[in-house]
Design a protein around this ligand. Structure first.
Ligand SMILES: [Zn+2]
Length: 404
């Protein structure tokens, strides 16, 4: 069935331009034509009138966790069976889709929950975004991802804990074997993990290099949870695709990201919500302390990253405390506060994320031949600011209208 979307204002994300009165023609699940309304034949087509809306490509959240939904502590993750987490996670996927996120990148979950949810969506059992999954992250003993504190237990949960280069190779192959699209590495300590410090490097350059090598052999991408400058530099030199958070970077990190073409996924909202809700919100004091430390210099560093031309990809760390699925749009406001220009923010949440995920041939912009993933808002964020992004009123994924 042919659909013609009459778009009053259109941002294709191919460039920074906004176009007026453009029609997007969709056949089955693909965009087949983008042309002025006057030039498009609507005979035998279903017309979708978006003439009073701001239309853009489906949003992409480049960093989220499908198995978590904003609880103040990590307790639920460690007490619930993976099967139960999966049952809840399909609802989170639906919330993301209806908020306008037609593609997401999962940055690690327990028990391959992300892979299961991805399969259920692809098979049409549930509705949700297209998903790029990490499966089980790869981590170091005592680092971010190593969450149990009984010395007699040698297993692990949120990630595969490795001690040697061969174990890193094996863990990377293991997550790919069970369906991961990329490998997630825990380069430094984190905020919501106990007994580590975000500024301290955990995985070594050599450990990350062998993981990146395996990923490259499989034609896959990689990402590094990294706050401290030393860990960020190790990851960049190892050939990582993206730095996640990067909240304690220094100027040399910025230069290296530019030089190596490494993406930065700032996830401002993750630290922001933890600081905002704090101990009063039931978040453990040590986690709040670490979030405050991380957030302190983040805005200044982001301004430098924009100035120097670092590729910034939109990501939210949704699932972390007080960041439930479907509510991650607030990151748009925080990016605006960080001084990132409007068009660049919109591209970061579309084409830049798609490029980072190596999916830009199929998603990330409104162009002929790409999947019909299209969303709309009542106001133009280029005119009224990013508050327009808080309420997505039309969602089409794969040519199917889910909202509006
Ligand atoms: Zn995360």
């Amino acid at each position: 069935m042919k659909k013609v979307l009459k778009c009053g204002t259109l941002f294709t994300a191919v460039d920074e331009k906004v176009q007026k009165d453009v029609a997007v023609v969709v056949e089955d699940n693909k965009i087949v034509k983008v042309a002025p309304v006057a030039e498009v034949d609507t005979k035998d087509a279903e017309v979708v009138d978006l003439s009073d809306k701001f239309v853009m490509p489906g949003l992409i959240d480049g960093h989220m966790h499908i198995g978590m939904n904003g609880s103040p502590t990590m307790d639920a993750v460690y007490r619930e069976l993976d099967t139960y987490v999966s049952l809840k996670a399909v609802n989170y996927a639906k919330a993301d889709l209806l908020a306008g996120f037609t593609t997401v990148r999962c940055e690690g979950d327990v028990g391959f929950v992300d892979i299961s949810v991805r399969q259920a969506i692809e098979e049409g059992l549930y509705i949700g975004p297209r998903m790029q999954c990490s499966g089980l992250p790869v981590a170091a003993t005592g680092g971010h991802g190593d969450h149990h504190f009984k010395p007699g237990i040698t297993g692990n949960y949120f990630g595969t804990i490795c001690h040697t280069l061969d174990e890193v190779r094996e863990a990377t192959r293991f997550t790919f074997k069970y369906g991961a699209d990329q490998v997630k590495l825990m380069a430094t300590g984190g905020v919501m993990s106990d007994a580590d410090e975000p500024g301290a490097a955990d995985m070594t350059y050599d450990e990350m290099r062998v993981a990146c090598e395996i990923a490259q052999m499989h034609g896959k991408t990689s990402s590094a949870h990294a706050h401290g400058a030393a860990g960020i530099k190790n990851a960049i030199r190892a050939g990582i695709t993206s730095i996640e958070h990067g909240m304690l970077m220094d100027d040399e990190c910025i230069d290296m990201m530019v030089e190596h073409g490494t993406y930065l996924v700032p996830t401002i909202i993750a630290a922001y919500r933890i600081v905002e809700r704090g101990v009063a919100g039931g978040i453990p004091a040590d986690n709040v302390r670490k979030a405050e430390l991380c957030l302190k210099n983040h805005y200044d560093n982001l301004k430098k990253c924009v100035k120097k031309g670092v590729k910034i990809a939109f990501g939210t760390d949704t699932g972390t405390p007080y960041s439930p699925h479907g509510e991650q749009k607030f990151e748009f406001i925080l990016m605006e506060e960080a001084g990132i220009p409007a068009a660049q923010i919109l591209q970061s949440a579309t084409i830049v994320c798609a490029e980072m995920m190596k999916r830009d041939k199929t998603v990330g912009s409104i162009e002929e031949g790409k999947f019909a993933d299209i969303v709309a808002f009542d106001a133009n964020p280029m005119e009224v600011g990013m508050k327009a992004m808080l309420d997505c009123t039309f969602v089409m994924k794969d040519g199917v209208v889910y909202k509006g």
